[in-house]
Design a binder for this molecule. Sequence first.
Ligand code: G3I
Length: 330
Amino acid sequence: PFLNKLAQDNGKLWFGTAADIPGTAEQTDTQYLKILTNNKYFGEMTPANMMKFMYTEPEQNVFNFTGGDYFLDLAEKNGLRVRCHNLVWNSQLSDWVTSRNWTAPELTAVMKNHIYNLVGHFGGRCYSWDVVNEALAGDGSFSSSIWYDTIGSEYFFLAYQFAQEAVEQTGADIKLYYNDYGIESPGVKTTAAYNLVKELQSRKIKIDGVGLESHFEVGGTPSVAAQVAAKQGYIALGVDVVVTELDVRFVQAPFYTAAGEATQAQNYYDSVASCMKVGPGCIGVTVWDFVDKYSWVPSSFPGQGGATIYNDTFQRKPAFYAIGEALTGA
Ligand code: G3I
C-alpha cells in the first residue's frame, strides 16, 4: 500500500516521516532515500535535527542554514511538504545560550532574533513551525527550562508573538504550532495544552495547530476513543492537530516476534485511525523515522527499540500494513 496516497485519497491528510538529514548515514543510503523520496509513501518530511538551535545558530547571531536548506531542497524536489522543527526548546541549544546567566530582557532578545532569522530565512518553504516545543511538565505546569527560568511564563507567549511578526514579514502562509508529548489523551497535561491555546487566542496571538508527538510503547498506547477525545478537544478550539512523531517502541527485546509485532501493528492502527475518525481537523500523521536502524529510540533508551514500521533490512512490518488499513477505514 502507498501510505501517503491512501492518506490523501481517503482522509485528505498526509502521511509523513521525520528524517535526520543531512550529515548522517541516511543522507547517502540509497535504499532509505528511495522510500523517503517517494511521494506515494510520504507526503511530508520533518527535519529530526537540522533546524534546531544548536545547528542553526551555533554562535550568537551567526546563522547556518545549510542543513535546513538541503533538507528543504530534497523535500521540494520530491513534492513533500515540510513541518519545520523547532524554534524554542530546552534541548539541543547552543553552548553560548546555556553557558551564560542572562537577564530576562537579554534572553528575550536572543529568542526574538533566533525566531526572526529562522522564519525569515526559510519563509514559505516551511508549511508550519513548531514554535515552542515541549513546554509542559506532566502536572501541567511549565517545565523548567532556560527560557522559563529566566523569562518566566511570558516567554511562551512572546515566542508566538515574535513568530507571528516574523511570519507577517514574510507575507507567506506559515502555520504556527505547539508540539508536545503526553498530550495525546485526556488528562492534566492535555488540559494544560488546551489552556495554552486558549490563552494565545484570548491574547489574539496566532496559533494554528497542536502537534501530538505520540511516542508510544508497545501495548501501552491510549485507546482509539481516548486519542479521538483529545484531538476533538483541540479541534473544538478551532486549531488543527497533527500526529507529529508517531512511533511505538518495545521496552525490551525481542523486537521481532509475531505476537509483539501484532500488538505494535494494532497500536499504530489505533493512532492513525483516531486521526481518520476526527475528520477534517486532523490533517496529518508523521512517524518519527520509518526504519529501525535510524530510529532515535536505542540511543535515548538503551535496550529499547524496534519502534518503527520497517526493520533494519527494510522489510515492512505488520505495522506498515496496519497503517494502510487504518487509512482505508478497514
Ligand atoms: O551531531 C552529533 C554527532 O556529531 C555525533 O557524532 C553523534 C554521536 O552520538 O551525535 C550527534 O548528535 C546527536 C543528534 O541527535 C544528531 O544525530 C545527539 O547525540 C542525539 O542526542 C540527538 O538526538 C535527537 C534528539 O531529538 C535530541 O533530543 C534525535 O536524533 C531526534 O530524533 C530527537 O527528536 C526529538 C524531537 O526533536 C522532539 N520530540 C522528541 C524527539 C525524540 O527525542
